[in-house]
Design a protein around this ligand. Structure first.
Ligand code: GLA
Length: 343
């Protein structure tokens, strides 16, 4: 009210009248959008990952942040290594005014609890990499997801192993497979199932496949799971190693070295194509880590961030499920593939 008691013809009064007019006009223009969707200027989103120290997730979060810098929104990078940490990350995002978040959850069965907390705050949620599973054990399709085509990529692992076995002239009778498994996580199971099927179709003996169930999705849990398997089946001359990701295959390869197997006795093929693989390929001498199916973590980060931005600002709900594909990366071509995938 104080505004109107001033003389509208004084210089400062005129400025105020102009300002009020401009604000009113802006409000009218924005009304249909602004009342429903956040203005583009203040979009903030979280990017929560289960393993913040892994190269795959570091790159994914970095790519999302860069997308935000290009498109004009803010990405808050957070760790969610267990349920408690995820819920406090969501509280934290809400208090910062974020309108939504992208998450790779530490346990897919936390899906209903995470979605519930997000709904309380009116936040939008997308999953990346690991899809939420509902109380019925089925994927929660109401939450848009972007992740690897697990089974297909797994098959690429199996085919790459079979081709390399043949190139090395290995007799299938002397070869065992170390399957580092994580059957609690559906994408992990799809990947190792795909690899197993492809190996079997290439004539691999099913009795030569040994499971090493890991507790987690990292190198140390794979190492711990793999060591006793080598010790128990010492009668094989050659080993192939596969798992849900390259970090886990690296754990298996390190265990094979500790057991005394040399690089030419082992073919390990991972999945991801991240810094972990680049470091391995950069070593002077080849190791049992033969290759990895590289997927663009850059694309996963950028695409999910863009999808969430469009959902927040335009109300466009992203597709229920987007599946991404991969390319075999070895010591011979890793730099080229890395460049092609923008890694
Ligand atoms: C899972 C794995 C990660 C990575 C992503 C990619 O989350 O744990 O290492 O492979 O999938 O989708």
């Amino acid at each position: 009210m104080r505004l109107f008691r001033r003389d509208p013809h004084s210089p400062s009064g005129r400025r105020r009248v102009l300002l009020l007019g401009a604000l009113a006009a802006a409000a009218l223009t924005l009304a249909p959008l602004g009342s429903v969707w956040a203005s583009d200027q203040n979009v903030k989103m979280g990017f929560i990952v289960k393993k913040p120290e892994q190269a795959w997730f570091i790159n994914e979060q970095r790519a999302a942040t860069e997308m935000g810098e290009q498109m004009g929104f803010t990405v808050v990078r957070l760790a969610g290594e267990d349920g408690q940490q995820v819920l406090s990350a969501i509280d934290n995002l809400h208090s910062q005014g974020a309108q939504g978040f992208i998450i790779c959850p530490p346990d897919v069965r936390l899906g209903p609890a995470i979605l519930n907390r997000a709904k309380q705050y009116g936040m939008k949620v997308l999953t990346v990499d690991d899809q939420f599973v509902g109380a019925d054990g089925k994927p929660m399709t109401e939450v848009p997801h972007l992740g690897m085509s697990g089974y297909k990529i797994g098959r690429q692992v199996g085919d790459a192993i079979a081709a390399e076995m043949q190139a090395r002239g290995w007799n299938p009778e002397d070869v065992a497979a170390l399957r580092i498994s994580n059957n609690e996580l559906p994408t992990a199971r799809e990947r190792t199932d795909g690899a197993t099927d492809a190996l079997l179709e290439n004539g691999f003996d099913p009795d030569h496949i040994f499971d090493a169930p890991q507790q987690n999705t990292d190198t140390s849990s794979a190492f711990a799971a793999a060591s006793p398997v080598f010790a128990k089946h010492g009668n094989f001359k050659h080993w192939v190693i596969y798992a849900l990701n390259e970090e886990s295959v690296l754990g298996g390869v390190r265990a094979s070295e500790q057991y005394g197997l040399s690089a030419d006795q082992v073919i390990g093929v991972g999945i991801n194509g991240s810094g972990a693989a680049f470091a391995e390929f950069s070593r002077q001498q080849p190791t049992g880590f033969y290759g990895t199916i590289a997927v663009s973590s850059t694309m996963h980060g950028r695409q999910t961030a863009e999808n969430l931005y469009n959902w927040i600002t335009k109300g466009e709900k992203p597709p229920a499920n987007t599946e991404t594909s991969g390319t075999l990366m070895t010591r011979d071509n890793w730099q080229q593939v890395r460049q092609d995938l923008g890694l």
